[in-house]
Design a protein around this ligand. Sequence first.
Ligand SMILES: NC(=O)c1ccc[n+]([C@@H]2O[C@H](COP(=O)([O-])OP(=O)(O)OC[C@H]3O[C@@H](n4cnc5c(N)ncnc54)[C@H](OP(=O)(O)O)[C@@H]3O)[C@@H](O)[C@H]2O)c1
Length: 334
Amino acid sequence: MTQQQRFNALVVDKAGDGLKAEVKQLTVADLPPEDVLIRVDYSTLNYKEGLGFANLNRIFRIFPIVPGLDLAGTVVESQSPDYKPGDKVILNGWSVGERYWGGYSQMAKIRSDFLVPMPNGMNSKKAMEIGTAGYTAMLQVMTLEEAGVTPDKGPVLVTGAAGGVGSNAVAILAGLGYEVTALVKEGQESTHDYLSALGANDFSGGDAWSTDPAPLESQKWAGAVDTVGTKVLARTLSEMKYGGCVAACGLAGGFDLNTTVMPFILRGVSLRGVDSVWCPYQRRVEAWDRLVTDIPDSALAEINQVIRLDEVPHYAKEILEGQVTGHIVVDVNA
Ligand SMILES: NC(=O)c1ccc[n+]([C@@H]2O[C@H](COP(=O)([O-])OP(=O)(O)OC[C@H]3O[C@@H](n4cnc5c(N)ncnc54)[C@H](OP(=O)(O)O)[C@@H]3O)[C@@H](O)[C@H]2O)c1
């Protein structure tokens, strides 16, 4: 790629009180001065970008910005000893697409310490079908395993199961032999067939999940992957079996947590937080190595739909309005 060759990027800039997003033709000279130049194959669209395009929660911190918090592609030029031209790489998080230009571009310049090498057996399309959603789900499953939650201990609950993280968690846990109960929001029962196809064995739901639980409810779950927070997380904690663990990553229902110490001090329950954005390098590599085998390709086909770069603003709106089931891959070259 010469300095003058043009490529497409989705650029977001301020326009009056709002934002304007348009596909523009850029050159390498327009990219930020980071040490690795990457030819991007695919990116993803997530709830966070939905917030960004709607100009909510100050997701985009610099303007103009090329959003896209994930990317997968091939190194074209590198000033880092860690990468050479031809290497396949993955990027997730580190506030790329918020404070740094990200993956909604055919070419990207990214800091080498933000990248992980694509593991053997993975390719760009599969990596972005997994995306931050699947990588976060993998971190949650690893967290449960580290807490001693094994398939023989009993059922595992996944909350917000029809969402990006939840769908991946259902598929990974089912593939590893866990008995998975999926919890979706009231009114989302039409997703049960989709979740059964991913491996969910049973479903939970109903009014109880929007009411305050007793400090200790009857014991149901050996482990739980929570993406919802608030009353859903409070009830999950009160329903954990003795010694169980909840791996919590999200706040899809709210960020409050009104609970008691009872599950912790009388049942030895643990609540472990999971963060994907600032997750250290070695743990990222471990998670991506596991994802080569631990998420079935058939599940990824069920979970994902692929859109073009120019369709991103439309789907960003749909994701905020709860119109998207599963996960979206962005083909930046379509
Ligand atoms: N810690 C991290 O590193 C990390 C990484 C990735 C994601 N996250 C967070 O994890 C959460 C899930 O992310 P995602 O990408 O999977 O989002 P998503 O695709 O929007 O999925 C969230 C799901 O939860 C459902 N939900 C919302 N409120 C609920 C409730 N009260 N009871 C049951 N289900 C409920 C949503 O239903 P509707 O669509 O109908 O509202 C949706 O199906 C978000 O808060 C995200 O910010 C954190």
